[in-house]
Design a protein around this ligand. Sequence first.
Ligand SMILES: NC(=O)c1ccc[n+]([C@@H]2O[C@H](COP(=O)([O-])OP(=O)(O)OC[C@H]3O[C@@H](n4cnc5c(N)ncnc54)[C@H](OP(=O)(O)O)[C@@H]3O)[C@@H](O)[C@H]2O)c1
Length: 232
Amino acid sequence: MAPTALITGGSQGIGRETALLFASKGYNIAIAARNAERLEAAATEIRRQGVEVLAHPADTRDFGQVRSLVEATQSQFGAIDVLINNAGIYCSGPTEAFSLDDWHTILDTNLWGYIHTIHAVLPAMVDRGSGTIINISSIGGKVPVPYLTPYCTSKFAIAGLTESLHSELEPKGVHVGGIYPNVIKSDFMERAVFRGKDASDATARRESVESGFGCADRGEARRCRQSRLGSG
Ligand SMILES: NC(=O)c1ccc[n+]([C@@H]2O[C@H](COP(=O)([O-])OP(=O)(O)OC[C@H]3O[C@@H](n4cnc5c(N)ncnc54)[C@H](OP(=O)(O)O)[C@@H]3O)[C@@H](O)[C@H]2O)c1
């Protein structure tokens, strides 16, 4: 029987590419995201690889929706062999410009979303004595970056979660690993949050990150990398 990978944020960006990669290796795929139409479009593309795909709309900030996602995946495929926690959002701006709602949005998505899926899948993995959990963190989860404080807070937390879980679960046969990417051209700008001392400052930060993707020479690329990371 084919193994199963559950990938959050599987409708776009890194999550969708990861789903396609696992499908090419013969895994059954379960993907989740909030926008059902985009999720189904990704599922159609993944099915072309000849594997079974479950596209289950879910907001990972809501544990009830995550529990339904995990139950639907287990009921369709039997067991979840690989969990890839990927659904996340980016934010940039001076820390004093973020509202508490902004902080909650970032931490509820980038941290609690990962805790919810782990809480839902872990008992079955520990019972079986097998399974793999991969948490997509960020270079911003290892290196402090000014003007990315809520984002780095969430991603450093994922590093702590990943490393603690790794040492706890390795003897139980469950493998836990983290991935810490630098900037990748995905679809993250669609849902990125930019704040500034006023609206035009926030817009300038957004434009600075957007323009970073068009860098030509090496010197410019270095400046762009810095602006893309923090836009400070
Ligand atoms: N791109 C980069 O440069 C980069 C660098 C380092 C780390 N990362 C990390 O890599 C991961 C993926 O990033 P990406 O660049 O591929 O982002 P992306 O292109 O914006 O894709 C994000 C995916 O997550 C889903 N998502 C967002 N919030 C969600 C929620 N509350 N519940 C369920 N699904 C949700 C989105 O779909 P819906 O909006 O429809 O829910 C979408 O499928 C993130 O954790 C990000 O922090 C990215």
